[in-house]
Design a protein around this ligand. Sequence first.
Ligand code: ADP
Ligand code: MG
Length: 265
Amino acid sequence: MNAIDIKNLSKTFVSTRTGERVIALENVNLSIPQGEFTAIVGPSGCGKSTLLSIMAGILAATEGQAVHFGETITGPAPDRGVLFQDYALFPWLTVRQNIAFGPKALGTPADSYEPEVDRLITVVGLEGFGDRLPHELSGGMRQRCALARMLANNPRTWLMDEPLAAVDLQTRTLLQEEILRVWGEDRPREDRPTIVFITHGIDEAVLLADRVVVLGRRPGRVKAEMIIDLPRPRFEHRDPAAEGRQVQQIWDEIREEARTAILED
Ligand code: ADP
Ligand code: MG
């Protein structure tokens, strides 16, 4: 079963000011198997965020469709959780209130979501910080809070757009490991959520994912797809040489294009 099917999907932006058209995605076809961790990589501006926003239901496709477990995506849904690079927390709400926001909005009674909020605070390592406001937290802690907020709706699919791009290297390593742990690396595939994880770090994609999808330059198309069959849990079996070979393989696919991109920019 596929969690997501992208079928002949195109997205054109038309500037309301100049009338200029930008083809962000052109005839993209892609399947994301249920319970897998799929990473999407590609040069800046190739349409990664556009594709993820269409999966999230925040943007509509110009042509074609995005399907989630057999249903055409027509808008956002709690079943598809989203995590962005810039945390997107409500600055006037505490950590606890941010995490409770989704269940509360869905009308879940407080006595049923409050224990769950407490549990999530522990899961993401924010014990003792529940009453802080976002600006009182470090970048890494804010992203932990955003992760917990996404988890609070218990989504089947996690859509993550460069979630670790804004945190420092040490925090990123910690959070990479935690995302895999919370996802449930050693659980059977059918019991796991599906992850779509956008990154421009090819090494990050190889470290985390089961499958790496490479998007080509504008107009965005799927250029290559690679299975990463490194053993899990990944952080218990780190093998830099094996990872390096996979990274190299992906680089071989995109080197020419990356070079053109640099020359044109
Ligand atoms: P990526 O996330 O891979 O860096 P994006 O999906 O953000 O790429 O953007 C793909 C292309 O679409 C870029 O050329 C970008 O300028 C353009 N684009 C994205 N969003 C808009 C928008 N709202 N209006 C016009 N053009 C946009
Ligand atoms: Mg982007």
